[in-house]
Design a protein around this ligand. Structure first.
Ligand code: ATP
Ligand code: MG
Length: 392
């Protein structure tokens, strides 16, 4: 019965020339999302985005399209030829289907895309409502305009007619590629993929940097991060992943600085490296998965010290979130299962037994004076490897 999906998107900021850019990006992103299940005809027509489907695949396709950033809802619809009688009979078919599933009250709402059609939309609704009710001829079924169990929308458009009744909610947000680019610090943990996803949802392109301590950390921990980037690329499109070995930095810190400051010092290195790679890649901000008080390095004082190491804006979308809520998002977006695979992280390897929880910036800066910060950063960046991760 269904042969088309209508992808609905928010209208805010989608005017004039922007609308065209916005829609084209959305179409491209929908195609990317659907790549793994097949090739689909995704197209726009008079300010709407449609996807051709059939009864065998529409549910699966709908469930993927709703995940595309910028889509606020998806409706499975019946597209038929442009004929008023056909429209009425399609509405009847929809009502029969809904009644079969237990509905007792309904309402018809109409839209007239073709303004030359002689009836107003109000007249159409009354006429179609009367037609389906008498033809159905079921005493248990009635019209309820205030609080119907089923709302059937009938559209008489320029090229065809459409009938739909259901809608699944989308993630919302803005299409990827409509709001600049940011460099995300992607660890193998639960938080950073969620943080990246949340910022990407606002239309921001993502590039990622991962820090490892190979051969102290093994290949598998890098593989895990590639897998996380791959899941994210389903939403974000191909992601450039910079793999940076920080072993020399960790060693320099261990040899020259106070053990309890190790974590904060290495976090400051990570931020600076992300900032520097980001600058060369046209990223205007960096993203982290930090959340107040989650671990010793994320106390208020810890965050102040980490933040002070860079001058670009740092986006921390999880800053005020509880772990349990972060986990819910990780499960929803599909990163959780990968994130919980136990692998050593560069931080966990060198983490001090008793980290400072109230570091003072002046003290941390003093400790850094013992290190050749610039040289360590440049050398790490020089040896870094960049990969493009995409989702097929
Ligand atoms: P996550 O669950 O994302 O690993 P976390 O709770 O373990 O976070 P930290 O290890 O303190 O917290 O890291 C805080 C943030 O710093 C991470 O969310 C991530 O953005 C970044 N980060 C930490 N380790 C790495 C790493 N090895 N590579 C890249 N970024 C990292
Ligand atoms: Mg971590």
């Amino acid at each position: 019965m269904y042969n088309i999906l209508i992808a609905k998107y928010g209208e805010i900021g989608v005017k004039g020339k922007n609308r065209y850019i916005f829609e084209n990006k959305l179409i491209r992103n929908i195609r990317n999302m659907l790549k793994s299940i097949g090739k689909f005809n995704v197209y726009k027509e008079y300010g709407r985005i449609y996807i051709d489907v059939d009864d065998s695949n529409y549910e699966e396709v709908m469930n993927e399209v709703r995940k595309v950033f910028g889509v606020v809802g998806v409706c499975p619809a019946m597209k038929r030829e442009k004929d008023y009688q056909v429209l009425k009979d399609t509405a009847l078919l929809m009502l029969e289907e809904k009644v079969k599933n237990g509905a007792k009250t309904f309402k018809i709402q109409s839209k007239r895309g073709d303004k030359s059609f002689p009836m107003t939309s109000q007249e159409m609704s009354i006429d179609i409502g009367g037609y389906v009710l008498t033809t159905l001829n079921n005493p248990d079924v009635s019209v309820d305009v205030r609080n119907p169990e089923v709302k059937i929308t009938c559209e008489y458009r320029n090229e065809h007619t459409l009938v739909y009744a259901d809608s699944v909610e989308g993630y919302g947000g803005l299409p990827i590629g409509t709001n600049g680019k940011a460099m995300t610090l992607l660890s193998g943990g639960i938080d950073s993929p969620v943080a990246s996803w949340l910022v990407a949802k606002r239309g921001v392109d993502i590039e990622a940097v991962h820090f490892h301590s190979y051969p102290f950390t093994n290949e598998r921990s890098q593989e895990k991060v590639r897998e996380l980037a791959k899941i994210l690329s389903k939403y974000c499109g191909p992601i450039k992943l910079h793999m940076v070995n920080t072993l020399n930095i960790q060693k320099a810190i261990a040899e020259n600085c106070n053990e309890e400051e190790t974590t904060i010092l290495s976090r400051r290195f990570m931020m600076r490296i992300a900032e520097k790679i980001g600058q060369s890649r046209y990223c205007d901000a960096i993203i982290t998965g930090e959340s107040i008080g989650q671990v010793a390095s994320q106390t208020m004082q810890g965050l102040v010290c980490t933040n002070a190491s860079v001058s670009v804006p740092v986006f921390r979308p999880l800053i005020a979130m509880d772990k349990i809520d972060i986990i819910k998002i990780a499960e929803e977006i599909g990163t959780y299962e990968t994130s919980i695979i136990p692998e050593a992280d560069c931080c966990s390897l060198f983490s001090p037994k008793k980290p400072v929880t109230k570091p003072r910036l002046e003290k941390i800066e003093k400790s850094e004076e013992k290190l050749d910060v610039e040289a360590l950063i440049d050398s790490a960046i020089e040896k870094s490897v960049v990969e493009t991760i995409s989702y097929e």
